[in-house]
Design a protein around this ligand. Structure first.
Ligand code: NAP
Length: 274
């Protein structure tokens, strides 16, 4: 007689590389079925293994309803470490529905000997601390928080994002960088001191070195996202002795049920013990 056990239904809140790795593992696992959830910020998102859904849940209540309706047995919050709203919402919704949750909290980058880091609590602080000697400044912050720098007309910015902004986001400008695969579009209504390149990591040391030296970059602004896919720019900054304005991590969710892990493998171990 074959005894079949019910597969546990796992919700992966995606957006990070760890989420994609975990979806592959769970999709191939006999004890689990999983659905990934993506915010839908990019027009051609990377597709996770297995089923996925796109778009917000409608806040905490909406997520709690989804958890109940879909009979979710456990949640892995694999969103980006700076996606603070969804992580907190997930922690609260999980608590409301008695659904176990673990947050993948990738370790932040640590300052190395030789680094010139100016630690900032948010984007606005970084924008305020920049001086003319940091121009041209490389903004590797995505496209959604650029407005913090909009009034710094005294500084030239090279901004890198995955894709051009939609109509409500800042537009992009012509650029002439040939060392990485970029798409370019003209812009009419974003200040002239901003130029834009569009590229998706990972970025190698050689790519970052060429871009930063070709553009005569004098400073970098980045979130402390952690991980290896975007860390080469920090190695280049160290080698060239460039200051890095680094935005510190937001607070972790602090719900009583919040459990923190660092990797997709740890998430799998945790799920197997639920
Ligand atoms: P956020 O501020 O934490 O979330 C804003 C709202 O977007 C949430 O309240 C939720 O809407 C929706 N949302 C976010 N992630 C979702 C997901 N995985 N599935 C369904 N809905 C989601 O998030 P954010 O900083 O805008 O980031 C959006 C997404 O991009 C995240 O999934 C994140 O992993 C990814 N990302 C963010 C960054 C960053 O620096 N912030 C960098 C790389 C990737 P409802 O309230 O309607 O549910």
């Amino acid at each position: 007689m074959i005894i079949r056990t019910m597969k546990k239904q796992i919700l992966i809140l995606g957006g990070s590389n760890e989420g994609f790795i975990l979806a592959e593992k769970l999709h191939a696992h006999q004890d689990f079925s999983c659905i990934s959830s993506l915010a839908g910020r990019t027009s051609i998102p990377r597709k996770p293994a297995g089923p996925f859904r796109t778009g917000g849940f409608g806040g905490i209540e909406g997520l709690a309803t989804y958890i109940k309706e879909q009979k979710i047995d456990a949640i892995i919050d694999a969103t980006h470490p700076f996606a603070r709203v969804i992580s907190k919402n997930a922690a609260i919704a999980a608590s409301m529905t008695n659904c176990p949750i673990a947050h993948i909290w990738r370790a932040p980058w640590q300052k190395q000997p030789g680094d010139i880091w100016i630690e900032c609590s948010d984007m606005q602080q970084a924008a305020n601390l920049l001086t003319e000697k940091h121009s041209p400044c490389f903004l590797t912050i995505g496209r959604l928080e650029l407005s913090a720098f909009q009034n710094r007309k005294d500084i030239s910015f090279l901004t890198r994002a995955i894709e051009p902004a939609n109509k409500s986001d800042p537009h992009n400008k012509n650029t002439n960088t040939d060392n990485i695969n970029i798409n370019q579009e003209p812009s009419e209504d974003w200040p002239d001191n901003f130029s834009f390149i569009y590229a998706k990591g990972p970025f190698t040391y050689e790519d970052e070195y060429k871009l930063i030296t070709d553009r005569n970059i004098k400073a970098i602004v980045t979130k402390n996202s952690g991980g290896e896919k975007a860390s080469a720019k920090l190695d280049v900054a160290r080698a060239l002795q460039l200051p890095v304005f680094i935005i510190n991590r937001p607070e972790k969710p602090d719900e009583p049920n919040s459990h923190f892990i660092e990797t997709a493998n740890e998430a799998l171990d945790w799920l197997q013990n639920q």
